[in-house]
Design a protein around this ligand. Structure first.
Ligand code: TPP
Ligand code: MG
Length: 358
């Protein structure tokens, strides 16, 4: 299952609408410090995921599910690293580290997960149901596919304000590409040439439904043909390929050429969420999981870095201890933060200034 055809990191043999391949290896322009930062971000995402699974298992996180992203880190890192500070992102349930990569603090994100009073939604919701437009983070909703329609609204508003240059990267699962708002949104974005990059995290499953039962085309990227936009099908476990493709898509969108669809082929190594761990080993062949574990994006990128000759082994710890510490610190902060007071439950719900009564 899946399309992991690539063997070398950073190869740019990505498929386009017209069958051509991108020629520019944007990552060759990165400094050594960038290469290291990408390594550290991959580890941030991995440790973030592991720490939350651990907290849930130990009963330290008592409410809500943990939607793991183990194995999908290259997508979170490779699609955010080339963004401008004023670009937008629209993360979904498997993109928690994206909130941090785009400017939220680990403490804010952990407080949101723990439903605390000082969280972005002040304890009214948890997990990814938050946003911050001052950082260009569009509030995430649970209605899969709708994120694409909402993204169109954000970009349309930007156009009404006389701007066209801020690009929005909207994430979605392959399952969500089978929803109505996904099609309506992408169609609208294509017709109006909105600067939208849709990143499809094709992790092969939507809960227990395999991709074959959601997508009738050979690749998800083939769906792009229906909107007359470029569609790339790339190795989502190769952080440099994700980076290169995102750079190409950003140039395309920023130049006013409209949206791009990037299908990142990857695998959901865990269950749909922590409650699905046992069952997820029943509806998927063990060999399939084992095969994808061998394609883990972290060791692959580390190998690449060592091969460049720019790094010594000791410079690339697995994991970087300071990141482990940083995430633990944020978790302790959240656990020790106050719960919301009941009387705040209706605050920030209604726009009182508009005269709407409760
Ligand atoms: C419109 C809609 N239908 C169903 C759900 C319930 N649901 C939440 S996550 C999920 C699976 C999504 O699969 P996919 O889009 O492939 O993303 P993944 O979870 O694999 O990252 C489902 C069915 C929902 N949130 N919204
Ligand atoms: Mg999926």
């Amino acid at each position: 299952m899946g399309v992991a055809r690539r063997t070398t990191l950073g190869s740019t043999r990505t498929r386009r609408k017209n069958g051509q391949q991108t020629a520019i290896a944007y990552h060759e322009r990165l400094e050594k410090s960038d290469l290291l930062e990408i390594y550290r971000r991959l580890w941030f995402a991995r440790i973030f995921d592991e720490a939350l699974y651990d907290a849930k298992k130990k009963g330290r996180l008592r409410r809500g599910n943990v939607y793991g992203s183990r194995g999908q880190e290259a997508i979170q890192v490779g699609t955010t690293y080339p963004l401008r500070p004023d670009d937008f992102v629209s993360p979904i349930h498997r993109d928690m580290p994206v909130f941090v990569f785009r400017g939220m603090t680990p403490e804010q994100v952990m407080c949101q997960i723990w439903g605390k009073a000082n969280a972005p939604t002040r304890g009214k919701d948890s997990w990814s149901h938050m946003g911050d437009m001052s950082l260009g983070i569009v509030h995430s909703t649970s209605m899969l596919g709708s994120t694409i329609a909402v993204a169109c609204g954000v970009l349309w508003a930007q156009r009404l304000d006389g701007r066209r240059d801020r690009v929005l990267v909207a994430y979605t699962g392959e399952g969500a590409t089978a929803t109505g708002p996904f099609h309506e949104g992408l169609n609208f974005a294509a017709v109006h040439k909105l600067p939208l990059i849709v990143v499809v995290e094709n992790n092969q499953y939507a809960y227990s439904t395999p991709v074959e039962l959601e997508v009738p085309t050979e690749t998800v990227a083939d769906r792009a043909k229906g909107y007359g936009i470029p569609g790339y099908c790339i190795d989502g476990n190769d952080v440099l390929e994700v980076y290169n493709t995102t750079c190409a898509a950003l140039e395309h969108a920023r130049a006013g050429n409209g949206p791009v669809l990037i299908e990142c082929v990857t695998y959901r190594l865990q269950g749909h969420a922590d409650h699905d761990e046992t069952r997820a080993r029943l509806y998927r062949p063990v060999e399939e999981i084992e095969m994808w574990e061998k394609r883990d994006p972290l060791p692959r990128y580390r190998q690449y870095l060592l091969k460049t000759g720019l790094f010594r082994e000791q410079e690339l710890p697995e994991p970087p201890p300071d990141i482990v510490e940083r995430i633990q610190k944020a978790i302790e902060y959240a656990i020790n933060s106050p719960d919301p007071e009941p009387h705040t439950a209706l605050e920030d719900i209604y726009d009182e200034s508009a005269g709407v009564s409760r």
